[in-house]
Design a protein around this ligand. Sequence first.
Ligand code: M6R
Length: 591
Amino acid sequence: MDGLRRLEYRGYDSSGLALFEPGGIKCFKAVGKIRELEKELTTNSLVGKGGIAHTRWATHGRPSFANAHPHRDCRGEVFLIHNGIIENFQALKNELCVRGHKFTSETDTEVLAHLIEEYYSEDLVRAVIRALRRVIGTFGLAVISAREPQKIVVARRGSPVILGIGNGEIFAASDASALVSHTKQVVYLHDDDVAVLTPSAYEITNLNDPSIQRQAQTLEWDVSAAEKQGFPHFMLKEIHEEPEAVENAMRGRLLEDEGISKFGGLEPVLDCILKMNRLILISCGTSYYAGLLGRYVIEACTDVAVEVDVASESRYRKMNFRPGTVVLAISQSGETADTIAAVREAKRKQALVLGLVNVVGSTLSRETDAGIYNHAGPEIGVASTKAFISQLTILYLLTLLISRHQDMSLSEGRSFLRELQSIPAKIRCILKGADKIERLAKKYSQYKNFLYLGRKFNLPVALEGALKMKEVSYIHAEAYPAGEMKHGPIALIDENFPSVFLAPQDSVYEKVISNIQEIKARRGPVIAVGNEDDRELPRYCDDVLEVPRTEEIFTPLLTVIPLQLFAYYVAREKGCDIDQPRNLAKSVTVE
Ligand code: M6R
């Protein structure tokens, strides 16, 4: 249950557990959060020490008791849990129905239980392997059978599975956070690996190469990194960790005298990176907005042409990876199915693919040709905050690396680094003023809509600010380039529709002020994020969220912080489930 609680951020609409108990397997399920399952368990005395458990993020079938995992075969002998999607489940289900199998859920997963039953005569592992050979789609899977107690068969294709090697006990989970309080010795399964676990041993084979060997690795983070440490929510804790996230992203990567950065993970492909003339950034959600900012920054400082793609869409373009093109996939989790699919496509076309990933050992970190780790520590809140700041910091350092091999002078490089190094202290200043943002959130929490507007470097911040607001508070918020507002969205504006402007005193400040006036002329309330010593801005706005000054190019590292806090406090004011917002999951491992 402790492991399940630590994984709850991955999905939380229903949960379930199946245990080897004297007399057979006992299975419990509940709809809603894991605490509902706990209530079920307290009324039963359980002694079993082996079993499987799952917390669900619905794909096929609404959250319900019947659709919650574990799923079972007709005989109630085989139980299994599954992440991913069985794409050919309907064809398999039709076939199994004809053979007399009775289905009790709407899920794609249940088909696996019946398929294994179909092939199960004596050996569970062989039955699982035969079943998996018929499956199209993705799976992170754990299967048990009442006929073979104290044995768990796990398998992966597309959805992560990690083994934890304890002392006289073996674990498997979809994320290291569930294992770390028990053991730091882990084995990452690769696609098509099947492992058999018993209390004291594990054996791994692969559907394509039975002789495969997998090495155990040591996890580097400890359990306290995945706890709230006195904060009411992970999101607030992680926002407060942002100064360190910037520092950790820079640690060991600055050559201050030379005014340049270095990345150990990129060394083997540095030559190609320095020769590239085109960079394609691929990612989803918040990581996509980091990519958008990366485009502005890299294009401002280098000769590299940058394209940014939402990973789920990139496959629909006729991608041309001509020589000189490099792909960079950005992902906090390293497990986002859309991003993985885009990376595989780029690799199929022989592109050099780099990764910017936070989770060590994740699928993307293994499948990319070379890469950079964020070192931001585990991010548990579903709304990404510190990973975003960390991604931006690394994109600045990458820009510096390329730029110093092009036109940027030594003194410009040194001053770039100095300014970046001053950012953590400035973020700490913003965090000290969080109570003002909390008061403002009370004033605005009753509004039903927000428009976020920014230009140039702060357009990605507007997009990210709006995403944070909708994710955690469920308030409709959309973002536009401030200059686009007059081409349509301004029709929405009245006294009940506030706008949030990104307005640091930079090269587009005057134009942003004009846009603010256009909103005010239509009686729209205006909140602006501006510089703390800007005397002019408050004259045009209802409220100002202040940030310290920095060079224009680095302003996003500061302006996004008040917007994260604003979204957090509005959601808190509304009593929302901030760390586990409805309908969302932390790693989106389905396409
Ligand atoms: O793990 P990734 O960075 O690949 O995740 C991408 C998105 O799913 C993620 O950023 C999502 O948008 C977050 N909930 C944003 O807060």
